[in-house]
Write a protein that binds this ligand. Structure first.
Ligand SMILES: *[C@@H]1O[C@H](CO)[C@@H](O)[C@H](O)[C@H]1NC(C)=O
Ligand SMILES: *[C@@H]1O[C@H](CO)[C@@H](O)[C@H](O)[C@H]1NC(C)=O
Ligand SMILES: *[C@@H]1O[C@H](CO)[C@@H](O)[C@H](O)[C@H]1NC(C)=O
Length: 341
């Protein structure tokens, strides 16, 4: 072979297999939810798609009730009920399926995928989402557990404090609802400080060897939330975003605030413009920080060559964010951490 031909061959192979692809596939998810990472990885290894990986990974957390913040029996709302939010996004086609305020169905990420694959819609909510799920073959069951009953009864005993109401009448420190709006009694009832254990959504990004990218989330939301409250997790661009031509991201934390900034969308757009994943994550956090310096939150980012990063906002009690990564550089899921700023 002449040297000229060899040169051409080298160019072709570098174009098909850029150096950065060597560590693919990649699974990355928020928090130390290792079994979720492993479930997603196994799905890819057994020939599943990136959507299968995200569904299996988030689904694992729903079954294991990761930190009590994902799946059934966690985060009872003001009426004691656990409701679920989830989303899945196909980064090749930009299709999304999501459910919010889902009742009585355990597998929220599965229902989200059914919304994507069996309707032209993006987001179904509440009772109607549950009816849809039942029609699609998902089993309706009570999501209440002894644990959620305990959390709820303790809260009732404590006069329904803390809660997420503000500017309401009568004096909410002495009674539970129903609440009425008050113009004169300016009572800020916001729960004192977002504690990490009431916000631990799983958010996941999966990228395979051929550059297919998917992202998803699953959560039971916020403990003592006002019924009907939907956080960032099932909102496209807020809880997660995936575009196989740019990257993927998933966020976790104080969803009520974070969803106002579409941090996952922002991070993906920054990576599209060439930003390093860690830098993209940091900018997405900074944007929120500018308005809510005390918000609790973190984000994970991965670009199309499988490079990844994470960032979090430093607040009292939260100076380091842990997340999981599995790529071809290791034979087990690896726990990673990033210092908040
Ligand atoms: C993770 O999976 C292992 C093996 O199936 C199991 O023993 C363990 O309890 C799981 N971890 C959690 C947190 O559920
Ligand atoms: C839940 O509580 C009931 C009674 O309050 C008890 O009989 C049951 O064993 C408990 N279940 C679990 C799993 O602890
Ligand atoms: C992904 O990020 C890494 C690290 O910053 C960078 O070297 C690589 O070129 C990026 N890939 C793409 C496709 O931009």
């Amino acid at each position: 072979m002449q040297s000229c031909d060899m040169f051409v061959l080298l160019l072709v192979s570098t174009a098909l297999f850029p150096l950065g692809h060597t560590s693919l596939p990649l699974v990355i998810n928020t928090w130390p939810f290792k079994n979720a990472t492993a479930a997603a990885w196994r799905a890819l290894q057994s020939g599943g798609s990136v959507l299968d990986a995200v569904e299996k990974g988030c689904g694992r957390c729903q079954i294991e009730q990761c930190d009590g913040s994902v799946g059934y029996g966690g985060s009872p709302d003001e009426s004691g009920e656990t409701t679920l939010d989830a989303m899945i996004m196909n980064g090749d086609t930009m299709e999304v399926g999501a459910v919010a305020d889902l009742r009585r169905i355990k597998n929220a990420i599965g229902v989200a995928r059914a919304v994507m694959e069996h309707t032209d819609h993006t987001l179904l909510v509440g009772e109607s989402a549950s009816v849809f799920a039942e029609n699609m073959g998902f089993i309706a069951e009570d999501l209440t557990t002894n644990n959620s009953v305990n959390i709820f009864s303790q809260w009732l005993k404590g006069n329904c404090q803390p809660n997420y109401r503000k500017n309401v009448f009568p004096d909410p420190s002495k009674s539970c609802g129903p609440y009425k709006p008050s113009a004169t009694l300016k009572q800020n009832m916001r729960a004192q400080h977002a504690n990490t254990h009431s916000h631990d959504t799983i958010g996941m990004v999966a990228l395979d060897q051929d550059g297919h990218l998917a992202a998803g989330t699953s959560t039971n939301g916020l403990t003592h939330k006002v019924p009907g409250r939907v956080g960032d997790s099932p909102i496209v661009g807020a809880g997660a975003y995936a575009d196989s031509s740019a990257g993927g991201a998933a966020a976790t934390g104080d969803g009520d605030l974070m969803m106002r900034f579409l941090p996952s969308y922002l991070a993906v757009e920054l990576m599209r413009a060439g930003a390093d994943p860690s830098a993209a994550c940091k900018t997405a956090i900074s944007r929120i920080k500018r308005h809510y310096s005390e918000f609790f939150g973190a984000i994970i980012c991965a670009n199309t060559t499988g490079h990844y990063g994470a960032a979090c906002n430093k607040v009292p009690g939260f100076s380091q964010f842990h997340f999981m990564v599995w790529n071809s550089e290791s034979d087990a899921p690896r726990l990673k951490s990033v210092d908040c700023f």
